[in-house]
Write a protein that binds this ligand. Structure first.
Ligand SMILES: Cc1cc2nc3c(=O)[nH]c(=O)nc-3n(C[C@H](O)[C@H](O)[C@H](O)COP(=O)(O)OP(=O)(O)OC[C@H]3O[C@@H](n4cnc5c(N)ncnc54)[C@H](O)[C@@H]3O)c2cc1C
Length: 603
């Protein structure tokens, strides 16, 4: 028996045992405080999953990678190992982890779902994504019901939700019998959602029917597709307001009575994620249920995408952890020039860098996921249970807003950095293995092939960095004074404070702030040079922001490092044992930030 992938991960255990305030999350779930027995149950669940992943999924990863996926008469045939694993997961009863009990789930905090994602991805990313398309889609439907007025209610006597519009679909998803998918990409619309052309038309009897093609749909051979389609305008108009969201069952009936309403045309032959069916699906007047209002499609899809981006963040950390563990084990076993390669200076430094990066990104991931979950829970509390006096209600609103903002800031940073690092670390894992790393024997090359898609799907790295930069600059454009307060705050901690770590974290923040101000200055100078003082007031989107767009990735890297150091600083202030990690992260982040700022200045 191999040790559970949870038990052998001390960094993850730090968050579960010490850092995450489960009770706070619990009090925002209707059923109140969470006692230590409940927290022990969460740990037991993670341990159970960790044990299953280490002993049942990891040993089959090689087989999952080589078994072909085929399509016959619209039915997708996956690897037998894939089917066996999901049958076992069903038996374990780990679907519906985060869905409220009244809907048939276990009612655990959403944080648990993300930690499970990391643990599973460490063994195989295809299994993780498919697992995510059970609970993740069920959770999205749950949130859509909460968002949609009149689609759910809350019983104040029993403190339970009732009357959910998608109750039946959620129950099917978390039974493990079927799964969902997220259908956005089309042949001519990937990063650019405004180019979506799949159409949804309403019949005279009120039924919506969808026609069009979606490509690259992960686990697209399941029943419940969340599809974004055009209800007005056309693809050329680039109009996001013409997009609406639909829940589309791809088939009805079961067994011999099963009838496909949408068609899986093909599955992609990829270089990685080989056990995961990536499907092309054609809709031909396929009936769908409108979610929310027409025109809300982009907004509603973002809810699902944000949580999927957090999922990819944790998935990427799983890949980083796998690369680190494999590299470390090999480097300790293999000797050259009279000592294990782990003791050669360069290799020791690579390994320390890999460990530091993985732990730093995990800190960002936990913070992002906690902010997202707290925002959702405050929203539920405000909408359904807004008890207490006016001060308490106002405080909740403020907490909703601040957590929403933090989630919005951290999510693209996480998606960007974690995905990029998973590629970097898996490549390093091959290098540390030397020649055998380049063979198929050790699995290091599989990690790299699997990692390469992480900076592509759920919004490419470039798109994530554009989001980071847009938000960072918009803040200063809307509130120019915040520029000075940020600068003053960073100056104060970097120069006035006597504490060495406060100073260093402050200096990094100062560099991130300077980099943003420098970009703002270049934007303003460009505007001025084009039209003098009048030019400052005029907006020319094609020219104004080109310097910011050019440097988006560089700025994102500086901001991500600065945010991670702030999070680690907060941890070290409370838990002394985290100081070592903060120091290691700072040592690598400081020169990186200087270099990135230099690149911005010379671009
Ligand atoms: C294995 C796999 C699974 C997938 N699963 C799903 C799924 O479940 N559901 C789904 O809907 N889609 C899925 N996708 C599709 C994926 O989300 C898209 O491939 C991705 O969004 C990029 O779109 P694209 O391929 O059209 O590339 P494009 O949008 O054409 O981009 C090509 C390149 O140009 C860059 N680029 C584009 N615009 C800009 C810009 N403004 N500035 C700078 N650079 C830019 C991109 O970053 C990228 O590097 C999957 C893809 C793969 C490979």
């Amino acid at each position: 028996m191999v040790a559970s992938f949870y038990q052998d991960n001390q960094d993850m255990q730090f968050y579960v045992d010490k850092y995450i305030d489960w009770n706070r999350l619990g009090q925002l779930i209707a059923h109140g405080p969470i006692d230590s027995d409940v927290v022990q149950t969460y740990k037991d669940i993670l341990d159970l999953i960790g044990d299953f992943v280490a002993n049942e999924i990891a040993p089959r990863a090689k087989q999952l990678d080589i078994d072909p996926i085929t399509v016959e008469n619209g039915e997708v045939k996956v690897s037998p190992a894939f089917t066996e694993i999901f049958d076992q997961l069903k038996e374990l009863g780990v679907f519906g982890l985060v869905i409220p009990e009244e809907l048939g789930g276990m009612g655990c905090p959403i944080m648990l779902h993300y930690l499970a994602n990391e643990i599973i991805a460490r063994a195989d990313v295809s299994i993780m994504t498919h697992y995510g398309f059970h609970d993740g889609i069920a959770l999205a439907l749950f949130i859509y019901c909460l968002e949609e007025e009149g689609s759910s209610s809350f019983n104040l006597d029993t403190l339970k939700f009732e009357g959910f519009r998608f109750e039946k679909e959620i129950a099917e998803l978390i039974s493990g019998e079927t799964w969902g998918s997220m259908d956005i990409t089309e042949p001519n619309a990937g990063s650019d959602m405004s180019a979506i052309s799949t159409k949804a038309v309403q019949d005279s009897d009120g039924t919506w029917k969808l026609t069009g093609q979606k490509i690259f749909i992960t686990s697209g051979h399941g029943k419940y597709h969340i599809v974004i389609a055009r209800t007005s305008g056309d693809a050329k108009s680039g109009d996001l307001k013409g997009l609406s969201l639909f829940l589309v069952p791809a088939y009805e009936g079961t067994g011999d009575d099963k009838k496909w309403l949408a068609q899986v045309e093909r599955v992609e032959h990829k270089i990685g994620h080989n056990a995961s069916p990536t499907c092309t699906i054609t809709y031909d007047e396929t009936p769908g249920m409108l979610v929310g209002k027409t025109g809300d499609g982009f907004k509603l899809m973002l809810i699902l995408m944000n949580s999927a981006r957090l999922g990819v963040g944790f998935e990427s950390i799983g890949v980083c952890q796998a690369a680190l563990t494999a590299a470390k084990e090999y480097a300790e076993e293999r000797s050259t020039m009279g000592k294990p390669i782990s003791q050669h200076e360069m290799i020791a430094d690579y390994l320390e860098g890999m460990e530091t990066d993985t732990a730093g990104i995990r800190a960002l991931a936990v913070e992002a996921a906690l902010s997202e979950e707290l925002a959702l829970r405050y929203k539920i509390k405000i909408k359904y249970l807004n008890d207490g006096n006016d001060d308490a209600k106002q405080a909740r609103k403020r907490l909703l807003k601040s957590n929403k903002m933090r989630a919005r800031k951290f999510t693209p940073l996480l998606k960007y950095l974690a995905a990029e690092k998973s590629v970097e670390l898996s490549r390093m894992c091959i290098q540390i293995h030397g020649g055998v790393g380049y063979t198929k024997e050790f699995g290091a090359e599989k990690l790299l092939r699997d990692a390469l898609v992480l900076p592509i799907y759920e919004g490419t790295s470039q798109i994530q960095s554009l989001m980071v930069v847009k938000d960072a600059l918009a803040k200063y454009m809307k509130k120019p004074m915040s520029m000075f307060s940020d600068l003053f705050g960073a100056l104060k901690s970097s120069y006035v404070s006597r504490d060495e770590l406060t100073k260093r974290v402050g200096k990094l923040k100062l560099r991130a702030t300077w980099a943003q101000l420098y970009i703002m200055y270049k934007i303003m100078r460009g505007k001025f040079s084009r039209g003098g003082f009048k030019g400052l007031k005029r907006t020319d989107p094609n020219k104004d922001f080109s310097f910011a767009l050019l440097n988006a990735e560089r700025l994102t890297q500086i901001i991500a490092d600065s945010e991670i150091c702030e999070i680690l600083f907060k941890q070290a202030s409370k838990f002394q044992e985290r100081e070592g990690l903060l120091r290691k992260y700072l040592r690598r982040a400081e020169p990186r930030a200087r270099y990135m700022f230099d690149l911005i200045k010379t671009s």
